[in-house]
Design a protein around this ligand. Structure first.
Ligand code: IMP
Ligand code: MG
Length: 179
């Protein structure tokens, strides 16, 4: 459950998330991708990625795992429209099958930027997987190949995601209703 609190409405509970990740891992395993490398987009996806790779282990997969830190928001809750690399991946992506993992697909800029970057570097294939695909028009034409949930067009926190550096520790996804 997580410590109950009155300032946040739960959107996806810890139980709902963990139930869904087993099925999501099975969907990913069905692709039977050789030499799969997960590239998790930090910071927001760190808890999702950690749970997803363990769910992938449960279905028999052995992905390599790497990280890239991208920023499009700063402290704001509205996308700035530009994406910056704060910390790059350390693996060589040439010839690799990549699964990009992010927390939220919103405008699409972050995922599109990461996809273009790794593709330009010679990745063999790039799939995308998000925890939440927001029900909103995208600024960039990109779809998630895999998603745990479709979500409403509201700013969400918890399960790794922050609002001004707060709430990443929550075990559920919620919406701040008062501060
Ligand atoms: P996009 O580039 O507009 O698609 O936004 C995706 C990025 O913005 C994600 O990597 C998230 O880190 C962040 N983001 C978008 N919506 C939310 C939200 O509701 N809560 C927390 N982070 C968000
Ligand atoms: Mg992010």
């Amino acid at each position: 459950m997580g410590h109950p609190r009155s300032d946040i409405d739960v959107i996806f509970s810890a139980e709902q998330i963990s139930e869904r990740l087993g099925g999501l891992a099975e969907e990913i395993a069905q692709l039977k991708l050789d030499k799969l490398a997960i590239v998790a987009i930090l910071k927001g996806s760190f808890i999702f990625a950690a749970d997803l790779i363990r769910a992938l282990n449960t279905v028999g997969m052995e992905p390599e795992v790497d990280f890239i830190t991208l920023s499009s928001y700063g402290k704001s809750t509205v996308s700035s429209g530009t994406v910056d690399i704060l910390r790059d991946v350390s693996i060589d992506v040439i010839g690799r099958n990549i699964l990009l993992v992010d927390d939220v697909l919103d405008s699409g800029r972050t995922l599109a930027y990461a996809k273009d970057l790794l593709s330009a570097r010679g990745a063999e294939s790039i799939r995308t997987c998000v925890l939440i695909e927001k029900d909103v028009g995208r600024a960039v034409d990109i779809k998630a190949d895999f998603k745990a949930f479709k979500g409403p067009n509201v700013f969400v926190v918890g399960y790794g995601m922050d609002m001004s550096h707060r709430f990443r520790e929550l075990p559920f996804v919620g919406r701040v209703v008062s501060t």
